[in-house]
Write a protein that binds this ligand. Structure first.
Ligand SMILES: NC(=O)c1ccc[n+]([C@@H]2O[C@H](COP(=O)([O-])OP(=O)(O)OC[C@H]3O[C@@H](n4cnc5c(N)ncnc54)[C@H](OP(=O)(O)O)[C@@H]3O)[C@@H](O)[C@H]2O)c1
Length: 276
């Protein structure tokens, strides 16, 4: 049962908590100097844009990739261009041992993890009656297990450090039954990570923030397929897919001290797709 007025009159020791030592200048709040940010799925698409945004704000980036070895060159380019440290590590996020080992390697190399962006994902977009159990397991192994493994072992680091920040890439497909492609397993996998992330925001309230980004269609390899593209343009109030340069600022906001009062939020960025 919730508190009554008499219960509310009792002062709880330690409350209210103090305000954080956040700069009052808004531009200063976005600076990432000295921060260490891990981004999964950073070889291309949304993850690469997130890594770029962090580097542009002066942060160091640890770019996790799976098969896209271009991540190595792209990390080197970010280091050169922005005078930060960027490095690329190959890791399959659906393999818990690789996740544990790579988190450990990251902490050994960089000394800490300030922000972990669990962004890697995949889709097998089929109706359930046409999908094999193996295909279901594959999607869940990356979209659900992969996020859970990263969160669990980054969370251990956050708890030990006494600070941390987890950002999960979910999808508007966690909010809506996306049309016209029937893809219940992808939709369900994203709904899982959204609610999981909100639940972690409470569990980790003493030491870390957790927020979720729910993109609509962005023009990447996982954007609208040729079969769905015309409906994607029609459904989006802005009449197009997003460009990845239009999402990096949101991740930078969530990663930075501009968002110190945000935790447990799920932010849609979809060009108005879910409005109707
Ligand atoms: N684009 C959209 O319209 C859209 C909309 C909503 C949500 N999203 C979500 O946004 C995230 C990024 O997708 P994107 O649009 O940027 O497409 P993308 O360029 O294809 O990115 C997907 C990334 O996930 C990585 N990945 C896949 N399986 C992996 C595994 N087993 N281990 C580690 N990494 C793995 C890929 O790494 P490698 O290439 O190195 O193998 C790739 O970098 C995904 O979670 C996706 O579901 C995208």
């Amino acid at each position: 049962m919730s508190m009554n007025v008499q219960d509310c009159g009792v002062v709880r020791e330690g409350f209210p908590r103090p305000f954080p030592n956040t700069p009052s200048n808004a531009v200063e709040q976005f600076k990432m100097t000295g921060k260490v940010v891990v981004v999964t799925g950073a070889g291309d698409g949304i993850g690469l844009a997130v890594a770029e945004g962090i580097a542009e704000a002066g942060g160091n980036v640890v770019m996790w990739y799976n098969s896209n070895e271009a991540a190595v060159q792209r990390a080197a380019k970010l280091s050169q261009t922005h005078g930060i440290t960027a490095t690329a590590y190959q890791v399959d996020v659906s393999d818990v041992d690789q996740v544990i080992a790579t988190i450990s390697k990251t902490v050994n190399e960089f000394g800490k993890i300030d922000v972990f962006v669990a962004n890697a994902g995949m889709a097998i977009s089929k109706p359930i009656l046409e999908m094999t159990v193996e295909e279901y397991r594959k999607v869940m192994s990356v979209n659900a297990d992969g996020v859970l493994f990263c969160a669990k072992y980054a969370g251990e680091v956050f708890k030990r450090q006494g600070f941390g920040n987890l950002i999960i890439t979910s999808s508007m497909s966690a909010h809506i039954v996306n049309v016209p492609t029937d893809q219940p397993v992808y939709n369900g996998s994203k709904a899982f990570v959204t609610h999981f992330g909100k639940s972690l925001a409470r569990e980790w309230r003493e030491f870390a923030r957790v927020n979720i980004v729910s993109p609509g269609f962005f023009d990447t390899k996982l954007g609208a397929s040729p079969l769905a593209i015309n409906e994607a343009y029609r459904m989006s109030a802005l009449g197009r897919q997003g460009h990845v340069k239009e999402i990096k600022g949101l991740y930078l906001y969530l990663a930075s001290d501009a968002s110190t009062y945000m935790t447990g939020s799920d932010i849609l960025i979809d060009g108005g797709y879910v409005l109707p």
